[in-house]
Design a protein around this ligand. Sequence first.
Ligand code: HEC
Ligand code: HEC
Ligand code: HEC
Ligand code: HEC
Ligand code: HEC
Ligand code: HEC
Ligand code: HEC
Ligand code: HEC
Length: 328
Amino acid sequence: MRLTKIITICTLLLLVSQVGAHALEILYPADGSYVSKSKYLVIKGGTDPFLDGMSIEINGVKSDVIDLTNEAYRQSFGDMLVVEPTFDPGQNTIIVEGFLRGERMAVARAEIYFHDRYDESPPTDYRREQFHLPEREAPCATCHNMSPSQADLATRDPRKYPCSSCHARMLAKKHVHGPAGVYDCTYCHDVESRPYKYQARSGDALLCLECHDDKAEDFKTSKFMHGPIEAGMCLVCHDAHATDQPSQLVMPAYELCSGCHENVVKEPHVTRGSGGKPHPLKGVVNPAENGEELSCASCHDPHTGQSAALFRWGVKSRFSLCAKCHDK
Ligand code: HEC
Ligand code: HEC
Ligand code: HEC
Ligand code: HEC
Ligand code: HEC
Ligand code: HEC
Ligand code: HEC
Ligand code: HEC
């Protein structure tokens, strides 16, 4: 085991020393950083000479050699290669190999951390990676508009909007959030923020409640608030941009809720102790909502309630809850 590891390391060192002169570079995420969303892996191949193939290895899983010989590709993208990676939670070793006519010319390597859990603090030995720094943006400016003017940002034409050339994919989902769908990105993202541009003006509830004032009202008048709401955390459940779930949920309600309330799905719920089958929590039609699937949110309000158990419809007692779906 140890021996294979040493051999692997030696081989890598050998590769690096043979080919160190070539300018192949992993621009994002950079070595030693952590990211929380696994969106892009940005690679610059270098132009002396142009590479005609690259392979990408993440934690030992290696892609085929990506063919970059196509002239149209070269004309549009130059020496850039942008792919959507799938990182493993935690540490990731990324190895990119560059080829010319089948011969390996260059290797680039990055150790990064994929931190995708909100209930775990970020790793202290990796620095937070962010893209919109002047030196990061510089190599993109020949082809992308990296200094949009107010007029550029005022356009509502998706194809001309300055963020689209790179971020259009994030809106290619079934349900697009209102302001993101009309390309009002800078309502929430600050063009002037430094050192990183486009920081969200606020991470959470305060920002959301600027527009969702009916929710602000509801929070004020409700007797009980759900834990994450009390903490101002809207984004644990909602995506500010687009998702494939209704109500901009980051995942189906059942999975979302049981992620934090594991105990609920491990034991019988609702009808515990009464002998018969446990109450279904998914996979059946909800009689109170025409045709929709029953979920945790069919009985519980995800935000607030007039009872400690946050029953829907402001219902206070178990009995009135049951009556909403049974014996009607
Ligand atoms: C040249 C391509 C490009 C353009 C144009 C671009 N971005 Fe990005 N942006 C990226 C990449 C690459 C990342 C990092 C990967 C990721 O998370 O998607 C990123 C990350 C971000 C982030 C996360 C924070 C950070 O700095 O990593 C925000 C917010 C963001 N972009 C907003 C915008 C907005 C708003 C616009 C338009 C005004 C814009 N971007 C235009 C490429 C671009
Ligand atoms: C030689 C020109 C060129 C350079 C330099 C370049 N790009 Fe691009 N990039 C393109 C073109 C062309 C597209 C396709 C745009 C479109 O479809 O509207 C693109 C698309 C993208 C996309 C979207 C990919 C997708 O499939 O959704 C991202 C992300 C991106 N570029 C990031 C970058 C970043 C980051 C840099 C700088 C580090 C950069 N690019 C530099 C030409 C370039
Ligand atoms: C309703 C507010 C809002 C709007 C509108 C919005 N964003 Fe965001 N965006 C956020 C918040 C909040 C974050 C998370 C920031 C954080 O975690 O610190 C974020 C994060 C991002 C990220 C980082 C990756 C990710 O998915 O978290 C990118 C890239 C991004 N936004 C681009 C855009 C683009 C492009 C638009 C316009 C099409 C846009 N945003 C519109 C609020 C918004
Ligand atoms: C600039 C105003 C604005 C901001 C800021 C904003 N929203 Fe929205 N939101 C809208 C609009 C407009 C809609 C679409 C109209 C509607 O369905 O209510 C919408 C829709 C939604 C929906 C879906 C409503 C439904 O019935 O399907 C959710 C969930 C949501 N927003 C959550 C959030 C969260 C979470 C935040 C903070 C990250 C946020 N919003 C910030 C304007 C905003
Ligand atoms: C624990 C998960 C969770 C959190 C946290 C959360 N929501 Fe929701 N939200 C939901 C679910 C689930 C729905 C689906 C609608 C339903 O079944 O009631 C929803 C629906 C919505 C809707 C549309 C329907 C409605 O009730 O008006 C809006 C707007 C909304 N949420 C805003 C917010 C805002 C703003 C925050 C932060 C203050 C927030 N949510 C925090 C889970 C959550
Ligand atoms: C980010 C983690 C998180 C998510 C996601 C989450 N909850 Fe909670 N929930 C909490 C916390 C924290 C509390 C308050 C502490 C406690 O009582 O356990 C709470 C409390 C509750 C309570 C009241 C418990 C009581 O003691 O009366 C109910 C009911 C509830 N959640 C249901 C849901 C439902 C339904 C969903 C999905 C829409 C959901 N939760 C999603 C963290 C979460
Ligand atoms: C058919 C209605 C119904 C469904 C569906 C439902 N619950 Fe409940 N839930 C209840 C009732 C009734 C109680 C008991 C409240 C009491 O007795 O005070 C409860 C209690 C709770 C509590 C607080 C007490 C405890 O058992 O920990 C939490 C947390 C909770 N539910 C979460 C969930 C989650 C998560 C889901 C989805 C996996 C879910 N519920 C689905 C009706 C429902
Ligand atoms: C949001 C709607 C809803 C609420 C509220 C609700 N249930 Fe149900 N219940 C259902 C559905 C749907 C089924 C499954 C019916 C089926 O399989 O055809 C079910 C099944 C049951 C069953 C099993 C019946 C059988 O023949 O399999 C019992 C017992 C039950 N519920 C008791 C309760 C009790 C007690 C409450 C109140 C604490 C309650 N339910 C609240 C929707 C609900």
